[in-house]
Design a protein around this ligand. Structure first.
Ligand SMILES: C[S@@+](CC[C@H](N)C(=O)[O-])C[C@H]1O[C@@H](n2cnc3c(N)ncnc32)[C@H](O)[C@@H]1O
Length: 352
């Protein structure tokens, strides 16, 4: 029998630890040492390891952490073996929800600040060719390339997954006449999209989590995912759901990144070895794929150069952290492309 344990019955700290454990368990694991690889770090889920990844949320009191772990054990939300903790199935489900909540709140704050920033508007115009308050690595030329592939027309029903502030959704609807529904789990972004795009029957925005999409079968002629699907924890069921809600002969445009931890190991990054390709194959889709890594490097280089030029304006708005993280992130990403730890692809997918 399934053990139902709504997260509302858990204390804030208990929820936090489940969210932290879930986030750690998403990373690759060395089964011999029981260590998870998190970026450059290696973390074992013993009490000390859990403290190291949760102290920014619950503080450094190891006794407090031990008592939270004790309670979670009695509630069957975690297991322990040889002093190493792991989530039970129910614990993992709750941890997933907690992580999703943190992630959506992160975007709530960040995207709204971008939307209000004059400096960010200028940044978008210079980096992407037009200010659509993008938060991605897709310039207007690439958006138009996707439109050419998808051949959207005014009879099409389209779903834009993770639409953010909705200005790209509006751009695509204006260019094609298609009816587009933008969804995002960031409530504030959807609120912004509703208030800052032209009200029209052809443009709708809804708060939805990609992990729990709620549409009838055969609803959409096309689905687009602009820099979002690689953030989804469990892609397999999502690709299955997309198959169901996409009409026969429907198509998808997906901008996707494949990461891996080791340097100069190309095989896991090849398009046919990506998680996305694997699940598309399993679900009987056909697809064409284009390696757009070089273009991504160019866009990141542009972001870095423009970011440096506009830093004073960001600073005067109190938004320097937005541009500093973009620039630092850009340098890191470019290094990852150079050391073959990342590749970027555009997938044009057809439903059979
Ligand atoms: C990198 S931003 C891209 C935003 C927009 N598509 C663009 O290209 O500018 C990722 C977006 O996906 C949304 N997102 C991430 N995970 C999601 C999920 N599980 N369900 C719904 N939206 C999600 C975020 O809130 C954010 O708006």
């Amino acid at each position: 029998m399934e053990n139902k344990f709504p997260e509302s019955k858990l204390s804030e700290n208990e929820q936090t630890i489940l969210g932290v454990l879930y986030s750690v368990e998403l990373n690759p694991k060395d089964s011999e040492t029981n260590e998870y690889f998190i970026g450059e770090k290696r973390i074992k889920l013993n009490v000390e390891g859990i403290l190291s990844v949760s102290k920014h949320r619950i503080g450094e009191d190891i006794d407090l952490l031990s008592s939270i772990l004790e309670t979670l054990l009695t509630k069957n939300l975690i297991n322990i073996s040889n002093k190493i903790y792991s989530l039970t199935e129910v614990g993992s489900k709750i941890g997933k929800k907690i992580k999703s909540k943190w992630f959506s709140e992160f975007y709530d704050k960040l995207l709204l600040r971008c939307a209000k920033s004059q400096a960010y508007a200028k940044f978008c115009e210079l980096v992407y060719g037009e200010n659509l308050v993008q938060f991605n690595v897709i310039d207007v030329q690439q958006l138009n390339m996707m439109l050419e592939k998808l051949e959207l027309n005014s009879n099409d029903e389209v779903l834009d997954l993770g639409c953010g502030l909705g200005k790209i959704t509006e751009y695509l609807a204006d260019k094609t006449g298609a009816s587009i529904t933008g969804i995002d789990f960031s409530q504030k972004s959807i609120q912004y999209a509703k208030m800052n795009t032209k009200g029209s029957e052809k443009l709708r925005f809804e708060v939805q989590d990609i992990n729990e999409l709620n549409y009838p079968s055969n609803t959409f002629d096309a689905i687009i995912a602009l820099d979002v699907l690689y953030w989804v924890d469990d892609l397999e069921p999502v690709i299955k759901t997309l198959k169901d809600i996409l009409k026969p002969n429907g198509r998808m445009g997906i901008f996707y990144v494949q990461f891996q931890n080791q340097e100069n190991l190309t095989e896991p990054l090849e398009s046919e070895n990506t998680k996305l390709a694997k699940f598309l194959d399993q679900n009987n889709y056909t697809y064409e794929v284009e390696d757009i890594s070089q273009k991504a490097v160019e866009i990141w280089e542009r972001k870095i150069a423009v970011g440096k030029d506009l830093r004073a304006q960001f600073l005067s708005e109190g938004n320097q952290d937005i541009i500093d993280t973009r620039v630092a992130g850009g340098l890191d990403v470019i290094k990852k492309f150079e050391t073959k730890q990342q590749k970027r692809y555009f997938f044009y997918v057809k439903n059979k």
